[in-house]
Design a protein around this ligand. Structure first.
Ligand SMILES: *Cc1c(COP(=O)(O)O)cnc(C)c1O
Length: 385
């Protein structure tokens, strides 16, 4: 984050009660534009769950983005904020029949599936809709793998594609998700090859698939860097062209983390600094935000947020924890963050790259702590470039 931008965020945070999340819409706009530039042929379906704030959704509606929704609640939100149903994909493979019927009634005609029973529900409640089929990936290489739960083996997907046609649906394409914060570009290569195999296999049965949904997985900037977004764009384009030639199928992207992660700064405060014994090497630093206040992705220390404090000088490794009375509310114990020895109660702590998967994950009044507050940084108050 550029220095001036951080100064602006700090000034805006002012005396606001902490913890709170400050969201920079300029950054979201920049991410949208750079992803679109990297893969100009692709249609972006923002994964709403990453950051469902109305202002974020509204901005993306204005930018012409499409939306990947997982529930009728997200559907209602994006429609209310101006997205038309032809810009919505119901990307959750786990849905109630009545929710499918509701989405269909609202005009949604694009659905994900990965099982026979879901396909029956779609045929009955969303007749004639376009369906895409999610293949299983193993999520290796990802900081936050989420793939085991979703998708099916390509052989099963093959059968589902054939079945879908028989049920009066339109078998439209294939999707996958390589796992969130995916560091290994080869995962896309592998998954795209599987798509190609399925395209060819069902073509022999007279079914012409038209679309590949490359899912999410595009990275944000946490403490261990990944290659830049431009490299993701170039490499993925190359994999696509290797398998499909110049005449690419319709390509969908479902970025969540990439779009919102870098756009958030969580402002927190030190509640307590302590040592477990006089000779214990480590100080415990307790913040006013923890796993239940929005930082659940520190589970198994998977996501490692960059953390910044104002004080400088001699630093020492610490254990970082949250404020609640659940003993799992420790942020980092294995990964050692170094913080100044002079750090004390009341000092502000800035947690970067918290624009995605934080506020919407924060609990409702666990230990009485309210859900994480979020503020939108006023736009245009500061001109970069
Ligand atoms: C969560 C999710 C995404 C977004 O993933 P990121 O790794 O955050 O980009 C995309 N598609 C689907 C179906 C999802 O469930």
């Amino acid at each position: 984050m550029p220095r001036e931008k951080f100064e602006e965020i700090k000034a805006f945070a002012g005396n606001k009660e902490t913890p709170c999340l400050i969201v920079d819409l300029d950054k979201i706009e920049e991410q949208f534009d750079s992803l679109q530039k990297g893969m100009p042929f692709a249609k972006i379906y923002y994964a709403v769950k990453a950051n469902p704030l109305d202002d974020v959704v509204k901005l993306l509606v204005e930018k012409g983005s499409c939306f990947d929704i997982a529930s009728v609640y997200e559907l209602n939100q994006v429609l209310a904020l101006g997205a038309t149903p032809d810009r919505v994909s119901y990307g959750n493979t786990i849905k109630k029949a009545k929710d499918i019927a509701y989405a269909y009634e609202k005009g949604v005609r694009l659905f994900a599936t990965d099982s026979e029973n879901d396909l029956y529900k779609l045929a009955q409640n969303a007749p004639g809709s376009k369906v895409f089929f999610r293949i299983l990936t193993d999520g290796s290489g990802a900081d936050w793998p989420l793939s085991r739960k979703f998708g099916a083996h390509p052989d099963t997907i093959y059968k589902l594609i054939i079945m879908a046609k028989g049920l009066g649906l339109v078998p439209y394409g294939v999707s996958f998700h390589v796992g969130s914060q995916q560091r290994d570009l080869g995962q896309w290569d592998h998954a795209i090859s599987t798509c190609k195999y399925l395209f060819d296999a069902v073509a022999e049965k007279g079914i012409k698939l038209k679309m590949i949904n490359l899912g999410g997985g595009f990275p944000s900037k946490y403490i261990y860097p990944t290659v830049g977004p431009d490299v993701y764009g170039t490499e993925i384009t190359r994999y696509l062209k290797e398998d499909f030639g110049e005449d690419l199928p319709e390509i969908l992207l479902e970025p969540g983390r990439y779009m919102a992660g870098d756009a958030g700064v969580l402002v927190s405060e030190v509640v307590l600094v302590s040592r477990k014994s006089e000779y214990n090497q480590y100080r415990w630093v307790y913040l006013d935000v923890g796993k239940f206040g929005g930082l659940i992705e520190t589970l198994d220390e998977s996501i490692k947020y960059p953390i910044y404090v104002e004080k400088t000088g001699l630093t020492q490794e610490v254990i970082l924890a949250g404020p609640t009375c659940d003993s799992m509310d420790i942020l980092y114990e294995q990964e050692k963050y170094e913080l100044p020895l002079t750090l004390e109660e009341g000092d502000r702590v800035y947690i970067f790259t918290t624009g995605a998967y934080t506020q919407s994950y924060s609990s409702i009044y666990f230990n009485g702590f309210p859900p994480l507050a979020a503020y939108i940084l006023p736009r245009g108050s500061h001109k970069e470039k």
